[in-house]
Design a protein around this ligand. Structure first.
Ligand SMILES: [Zn+2]
Ligand SMILES: [Zn+2]
Length: 134
């Protein structure tokens, strides 16, 4: 029987209750609310282990920092290039069928598509800037 630390339980709890797909830094801030003594190194180490154990997924996006997802099921993401906001992207049943076929035919271990889309917040900011500068 493997020993799971209290810190690991907090990390899993925070991850399963958020939809923001946090980075290590974001997760650190969130975990600190539950346990002030939790350290960033502890979070980082536990995350790598949880990913290896496939209990947590890494979100593929082209940001420097890694982003994590407590939802380990097959799903896609939409990412804002400007602020780095990551949301789950709903998948049509047609695409889900194709993806499942690909996985089964090739014994892939995981999959996730990343769609890039400027979020509404950034869209509003960008159009504000155009007004200011124009
Ligand atoms: Zn944005
Ligand atoms: Zn997700």
């Amino acid at each position: 029987m493997k020993h799971y630390s209290a810190q690991r339980a907090i990390i899993l709890d925070v991850l399963s209750n958020t939809k923001v797909h946090p980075s290590v830094d974001m997760l650190y801030e969130m975990c600190k609310k539950q346990n002030k003594k939790i350290g960033k190194a502890t979070i980082y180490r536990n995350l790598q282990e949880l990913v290896k154990e496939k209990r947590v997924a890494k979100v593929s996006c082209n940001f420097k920092e890694e982003r994590f997802d407590g939802d380990n099921s097959v799903h896609n993401h939409k990412v804002c290039r400007f602020c780095g906001k990551i949301e789950d992207a709903p998948c049509s049943s047609k695409m889900l069928k194709l993806i499942s076929e690909e996985i089964n035919n090739n014994s892939y271990e995981s999959v996730g598509l990343t769609f890039y889309k400027t979020c509404n917040n950034c869209k509003a900011k960008l159009s504000e800037e155009v007004v200011k500068n124009g």
